[in-house]
Design a binder for this molecule. Structure first.
Ligand SMILES: C[S@@+](CC[C@H](N)C(=O)[O-])C[C@H]1O[C@@H](n2cnc3c(N)ncnc32)[C@H](O)[C@@H]1O
Length: 233
């Protein structure tokens, strides 16, 4: 057995191919350098930031939380899974055909029910909520922060065996939620976090939940960190 030697390229061919090789290398360097501006890594997946005029998503946490949840939903759709979204968010950014429960927002097909009371009599393979649970009880009258745990409990009761719950929550918006996240006693099996690279950055990166700072949510730009909570059943 001999070692396979690469045939030497004739000089004429090498001269002809050199510009192609050089441009490819330049392109690859440019692609690697700029990809960190276009996306972020989270839980073993690469995501592109959501850039959409509705809610100027590139400025806010929507840039990262919608792609994370959309991936879950598209995977579930491919399996013909039954999907429930709590809080009407995804419909603003694409075509979806799942059940949506939102207490206050009127839109075609949206079920206007309180998530604490929603009891359709059937279960779902995937239940998702994007930046919604922090409003439950906190932005309602009378204020009742503990209602958030009732909402999560009901959402879990709606997941079928083998299914999952995926919830994104901004940090720094709801003090009660922040305290429960710090103590990790909201009943999630798994928690992950994504944070802006610096305070005003439009770029985000994954961090451990223990590294979170819970910097206050701002009316311009929204959250500095989001938490993703999951349960598998
Ligand atoms: C993320 S916002 C959605 C805002 C808007 N759809 C958007 O993306 O621009 C959270 C949603 O949670 C809904 N919500 C608040 N409390 C609720 C409750 N107790 N049950 C169900 N939905 C609730 C609100 O009506 C609101 O639409």
């Amino acid at each position: 057995m001999g070692i396979a030697l690469r045939e030497k390229e004739p000089i004429s061919q090498a001269i002809f191919r050199a510009p192609v090789r050089i441009s490819f290398r330049i392109y690859e360097r440019w692609r690697r350098a700029t990809s960190r501006f276009r996306g972020f890594d989270f839980d073993g997946h690469r995501y592109r930031y959501l850039v959409d005029p509705y809610n100027t998503t590139w400025l806010t946490e929507r840039a990262v939380e919608v792609p994370i949840v959309e991936r879950e939903v598209r995977d579930a759709e491919a399996r013909n899974a039954r999907i429930l979204e709590v809080g009407n968010v995804l419909a603003y950014y694409g075509d979806f055909n799942h059940v949506v429960v939102d207490k206050y927002e009127s839109a075609p097909g949206v079920i206007n029910e309180d998530i604490v009371d929603y009891s359709p009599g059937n279960k779902f393979d995937l239940v998702v909520a994007i930046s919604t649970v922090e409003h439950v009880g906190w932005d309602e009258q009378p204020r009742s922060p503990e209602k958030l745990t009732d909402a999560l409990e009901n959402m879990r009761s709606l997941v079928a065996p083998g299914g999952r719950l995926v919830v994104t929550m901004p940090a720094g918006y709801n003090d009660y939620l922040d305290a429960r996240l710090r103590d990790d006693d909201l009943g999630f099996d798994w928690l992950g976090a994504v944070r802006r690279r610096h305070r005003w950055s439009l770029r985000w990166r994954s961090i451990a939940v223990g590294q979170m700072t819970f910097r206050p949510w701002r009316s311009i730009g929204g959250a500095n960190e989001i938490v993703v909570g999951m349960n598998r059943f």
